[in-house]
Design a binder for this molecule. Structure first.
Ligand SMILES: NC(=O)c1ccc[n+]([C@@H]2O[C@H](COP(=O)([O-])OP(=O)(O)OC[C@H]3O[C@@H](n4cnc5c(N)ncnc54)[C@H](O)[C@@H]3O)[C@@H](O)[C@H]2O)c1
Length: 269
């Protein structure tokens, strides 16, 4: 399913340029499809790996309106490159879908500094400084902008086996609030999306780790968390794309500093 919305007869994101991090698969790729179908031009960024089959198909479908660029967001040079490549390709950046992240877990009493550093480097440092680089480009251009940071229900409360990841996502929610206040005077809105459980490559990894630490069968945790969602199933990446599209568009111009639960009812606020 591809989402596309019109406003006053024109595609919702016509004339807009979006940079999406971690979009070689999962939620980022679904959001890229929604943005492109709604008239935006997109730069899809991910680690230096070959484009996935999904990205190959998207490049073929949208041709000159989309580019795939490598960039490890933990590296300053790579972050600058992502911003410069977007400006070189399309001349502007109107939307940042700040999505790249990694997951890990384990018993708290055995948690290592290496695991802490890995999660905070990508999920907090990379997330914050990519936002800063893009915000600087937006301020310089003077046309405002939309920043959407990917948080998680894990950022709303702790979990015994998932301490570092939960803490990184709580940080995303906090930086979203501070950045929204700092950037309001420049016409830049900053909001977050907090998914619950979404069936992506990340959740395959999560399921394998729960199988290890909770002595479960492969696939068991995934089935369980899906059944526990009030709407009765795990999310799929396109479940997130509608909110990502709304927050990138002028329909959300009077909304900033918010993090939206898009989770089938798991968290209430
Ligand atoms: N899947 C879920 O259930 C779920 C739930 C809550 C929040 N989220 C969040 O949604 C976002 C997308 O998750 P997903 O499930 O699609 O994950 P995913 O693992 O499928 O995609 C994440 C992408 O980020 C990329 N990435 C990792 N490290 C990077 C780095 N240093 N530089 C650049 N790219 C990097 C990966 O290569 C991958 O393509 C993440 O922020 C995640 O924390 C996901």
């Amino acid at each position: 399913m591809t989402i596309s919305v019109q406003q006053n007869g024109a595609p919702l994101l016509e004339g807009k340029v979006a940079l999406l991090s971690g979009a070689n698969g999962g939620i980022g790729l679904a959001v890229a499809y929604a943005y492109l179908a709604s008239g935006a031009k997109c730069v899809i960024a991910d680690l230096p790996v070959d484009p996935s089959a999904g990205v190959e198909a998207l490049l073929k479908k949208y041709g000159d309106n989309v580019a795939y660029v490598h960039g490890d967001i933990t590296q300053a040079e790579a972050r600058h490159h992502l911003v410069n490549a977007t400006l070189a390709q399309f001349g502007q950046i109107d939307v940042l879908f700040n999505n790249a992240a990694v997951f890990d877990m384990g018993p708290l009493l055995e948690a290592s500094e290496a695991q802490f550093d890995k999660l905070f480097n990508v999920n907090v440092k990379g997330m914050f400084f990519l936002m800063q680089d893009v915000a600087n480009a937006m301020v310089k251009a003077g046309n405002g902008g939309k920043i959407i940071n990917m948080a998680s229900q894990a950022g709303r409360r702790g979990e015994a086996l998932v301490a570092h990841y939960c803490a990184t996502k709580a940080a995303v929610i906090s930086y979203t609030q501070s950045a929204a206040l700092a950037l309001a005077e420049h016409g830049i809105t900053v909001n977050g999306i907090s998914p619950g459980v979404v069936d992506t490559p990340m959740w395959d990894h999560v399921d394998a780790l729960f199988a290890k630490y909770e002595h479960r069968q492969p696939g068991e945790k995934k089935k369980l968390v899906g059944e526990e969602v009030p709407l009765g199933r795990m999310g799929v990446p396109t479940d997130i794309a509608g909110t990502a599209l709304f927050l990138a568009s002028s329909l959300s111009d009077y909304i900033t500093a918010q993090t939206y639960n898009v989770d089938g009812g798991n968290v209430m606020s």
